[in-house]
Design a protein around this ligand. Structure first.
Ligand code: ADP
Ligand code: MG
Length: 322
């Protein structure tokens, strides 16, 4: 039977030298931020049966636990530096730990983000990661920075993760190959770090966030913080490849309010359109213009002809009425 310290040593403490002044093993880790830079910090917790199904593939879970945190750094325009991992485990299962840590470190290495500490305890499966990133003062892509006249942009595609959930819940009949493709979007989100960095570099964008709870609700956070409103062209929203083959009503609902997408929603001045497109090309990320920030409060959904659309989305009044 693995002890707590064997477990940490075997699965989470790596022998390679990192960038941290001091990593795993002491009471605290030590980081030395580059001179003149700010530190961006964010935590996300994943709880079994709430954020993922019991018995979820441990490798994908390792990926997703870090991906949702890196996505927050991306949405702020910060460069990933390090993270901590607080883990409650029902038992020390070597096969699970091997899968989880390999999924986690594959993504950590891809973004040069170093595991510098954490906590390990017995309990119902619960994964909490805190990420640390760096950015230049004044360059953070804050939710309160949208301005009337800004374009609204979306990275990548929306709705396939929600479609996968509809498949699991038997809300929607999907053939197995399509379900599997959509489920990859749900279990293996891609944090848009390179795009976030490009948008914050000049900076090109004003406000940004990552879409975790559905675009309409999440965009509502930008509108509230920035004290503005918006018109969103629902038919311009880029649907995921699996959702794109579904009927229009479902496409509209799942792109506008799907959840679990981990794409960026950001606003940028009209004068930056070319720069946004260039940032998308340089970071290898599709970017689509989907609406406009306006002085008038509230979120107006329209179709391709500019006609008002009522999708009857739950929670939307809550987020959008001033
Ligand atoms: P303390 O009792 O001082 O809080 P612990 O005994 O919990 O320290 O942890 C020992 C060392 O292992 C610490 O440096 C801690 O940050 C690290 N650690 C514990 N759990 C994890 C984990 N799941 N992943 C990475 N590092 C961990
Ligand atoms: Mg401890």
């Amino acid at each position: 039977m693995l002890s707590e310290f064997d477990l940490i040593k075997q699965y989470f403490q790596r022998r390679r030298p990192g960038r941290a002044v001091l990593g795993i093993g002491d009471d605290c880790a030590l980081l030395a931020p580059a001179p003149g830079r700010q530190v961006a910090i964010s935590s996300d917790m994943l709880v079994e049966d709430r954020h993922f199904f019991a018995g979820a593939d441990p490798r994908m879970l390792g990926h997703k636990s870090l991906a949702v945190n890196l996505s927050d750094l991306a949405a702020m325009g910060a460069r990933p530096v390090a993270f901590t991992l607080a883990l409650a485990l029902p038992k020390a299962d070597p096969a699970w730990l091997e899968g989880f840590s390999s999924g986690l470190f594959a993504l950590a290495d891809a973004f040069e983000c170093e595991l510098i500490g954490g906590d390990t305890t017995k309990g119902p499966l619960n994964i909490c990661i805190t990420v640390f990133g760096e950015l230049s003062p004044g360059h953070a892509l804050r939710r309160d920075a949208a301005r009337a006249g800004d374009d609204i942009w979306i990275s990548g595609t929306l709705g396939d993760a929600r479609l996968a959930l509809a498949g699991y819940w038997k809300e929607q009949a999907l053939d197995p190959a399509q379900h599997e493709q959509a489920a990859l979007r749900m279990h293996m989100p891609t944090p848009r770090v390179a795009l976030g960095l490009a948008l914050a570099a000049q900076p090109i964008a004003h406000a940004a966030l990552d879409i975790s709870d559905g675009l309409v609700g999440d965009l509502g956070h930008i509108l509230a913080a920035s004290r503005v409103g918006a018109t969103l062209d629902v038919d311009a929203l880029p649907a995921g490849p699996v959702l794109a083959r579904q009927p229009l009503a479902l496409r509209r609902r799942f792109t506008a309010a799907g959840g679990d997408d981990y794409e960026l929603c950001f606003t940028a001045p009209v004068a930056q359109r070319e720069a946004v497109l260039a940032a998308g090309r340089e970071s290898g990320t599709a970017v689509t213009r989907v609406g406009r920030i306006e002085a008038e409060a509230g979120l107006r959904l329209v179709d391709a002809d500019g006609k008002a659309l009522d999708l009857g989305l739950k929670g939307w009044d809550h987020f959008t009425t001033a």
